[in-house]
Design a protein around this ligand. Structure first.
Ligand code: MG
Length: 486
């Protein structure tokens, strides 16, 4: 059988250093070789927004319980600090520039994730899984690119972000058409209203629980891509004001409640022990929204930058009896690793085309001595700018410009953002274990490390290109382009 079954035999203690918690004995694995997978993906949730990641004002009891029952990853990354690119990486196991997706696609996009790319849903469906999605798609809103053409049997949700919407306070009149809500290939609400947005998280949760119930007798993959806490913030009337942490706190508390309901459903149907539940976020907090943004905790900057606050995200994994309880993994990993890890755990095939992610199940199972399978993680942004490289504890910042909140501008208020200013990053080196906030550039005193990471950057340029140094990609694949526009 697969190698991970062998590992389970020796999984009776945990390595020091990798994990914080005391060693725990691990019971015999349940008799399933096709565990269910529930993947919950938040939008713009910050690294510091959950109790179990240090939040002080926002309470997240269900997510904290999830972390106590499973593993918390402290050094987990989204592939890029923006919605569409981040989602492309999650679902394909590739750097998003590998599959031609950059930035955030809006209603004018004629392109999307090429349907011939194999998503987690495609691969698990081929392995006999029921595949369902609720929530925000954002990988192309035209019919050839929708979730039901990308491996999902079912989908209920929005085609792109909830701010690409005529009612968003920042939207100039006429910028956006009405925002549609889909059920499968059908638009079931042609004009999402503010009241509809208030109900989104509740709606998604109800659909997620119904999917679990409906498919409880067969293996399933459920992808819950919350539209929240991306602005404009909306929450059900029952929860408005309930968190005592402002509207943003109410919205995160509602997501926490949603996770609790999904956990409860798994428990009710006796599926806990055969279900791997993953929770993470697509990028860091959108800081220009001030009180309507989350917190990056101790990290520098937020969404739209490759400083840690933009790309490092909270990540929790729970699989009772498999993922040791109450553990913490400090090894670097990325959303691109979820696909190859799931194919390993479920016996599904890897995609035919090359991917970038690597199997992190040894980390999940806290195998003795398990470490990050990556020599380096590369951080691209914008069109194809290679802005940073991480290897082990080190992060090399490559010279680039980035947007930072302008302290001189009037502050964000009532869901309207403040302004950004442009700032410049030089060639800078940070030791993330000693300096998670990227405050002390130690490039001058560690020139050999700088040289080594520059070589790693060069590897990425030779493969995926780099607009900052005018390098063309050699092995990137194009996005899909719709030939017939409806
Ligand atoms: Mg986002």
């Amino acid at each position: 059988m697969r190698a991970f079954h062998q590992w389970l035999g020796v999984l009776t203690f945990l390595t020091a250093g990798l994990l914080d918690a005391a060693p725990l004995a691990v019971a015999a694995p349940p008799a399933t070789d096709r565990p269910n997978v529930v993947l919950i993906f938040c939008d713009d949730l910050g690294y510091g927004d959950l109790g179990c990641f240090g939040a002080k004002t926002i309470r997240t009891p269900h997510l904290d319980r999830l972390a106590r029952q499973g593993m918390r990853f402290t050094d987990f990354y989204a592939a890029q600090p923006v919605c569409s690119a981040s989602r492309a990486a999650l679902l394909t196991g590739c750097y998003p520039n590998r599959v031609g997706i950059t930035g955030a696609l809006d209603h004018r996009a004629k392109h999307g994730l090429d349907p011939t790319e194999e998503t987690i849903a495609d691969l698990l469906r081929a392995r006999g899984y029921a595949t369902g999605m609720v929530g925000k798609w954002h990988l192309g809103h035209l019919p050839p690119f929708l979730p039901t053409r990308q491996g999902f049997d079912r989908w209920y949700g929005l085609p792109y972000s909830n701010d690409m919407w005529p009612y968003h306070p920042e939207a100039k009149a006429g910028t956006y058409p009405p925002l549609p809500l889909y059920d499968g290939d059908r638009i079931v609400d042609a004009e999402v209203s503010p009241a509809d947005q208030d109900r989104l998280t509740t709606d998604y949760t109800r659909r997620a629980v119904a999917f679990i119930e409906e498919n409880r007798h067969r293996p399933f993959f459920l992808y819950v891509a919350h539209s929240m806490p991306h602005v404009p913030l909306h929450v059900s009337s029952a929860r408005r004001g309930a968190s005592k942490a402002g509207l943003y706190g109410d919205v995160v508390a509602e997501i926490d409640q949603s996770v609790g309901e999904i956990m409860q459903a798994l428990d009710r149907f006796g599926l806990d022990r055969q279900t791997l539940l993953l929770f993470t976020s697509d990028n860091g907090p959108w800081l220009s929204y001030g009180p309507h943004a989350g917190s990056a905790g101790p990290l520098r900057e937020g969404k739209g930058t490759t400083w840690e606050g933009g790309i490092r995200v909270p990540m929790i994994a729970r699989w009772p009896d498999r993922v040791p309880r109450g553990t913490v993994c400090r090894e670097p990993a990325m959303t691109i690793d979820i696909l190859p890890t799931l194919t390993r755990l479920t016996g599904a095939s890897l995609p035919v085309r090359p991917i970038d992610g690597l199997d992190i199940s040894p980390l999940l199972f806290a195998m003795p001595g398990a470490s990050s399978p990556h020599r380096a993680l590369w951080f691209y942004y914008h069109q194809n700018d290679l802005e940073a490289v991480r290897s082990g504890p080190w992060k090399l910042i490559l010279p680039h410009s980035y947007a930072t909140v302008n302290p001189q501008a009037p502050p964000a208020r009532d869901g309207r953002p403040t302004k950004y200013a442009s700032a410049k990053a030089d060639l800078e080196l940070y030791h993330l274990v000693d300096d998670v906030g990227e405050t002390r550039n130690v490039a001058a005193s560690h020139q050999q490390v700088v040289a080594r990471l520059q070589l790693l950057a060069e590897e990425a340029r030779a493969d995926l290109g780099d607009t900052l140094t005018q390098r063309a990609p050699t092995r990137a694949r194009p996005a899909g382009v719709a030939t017939v526009i409806p």
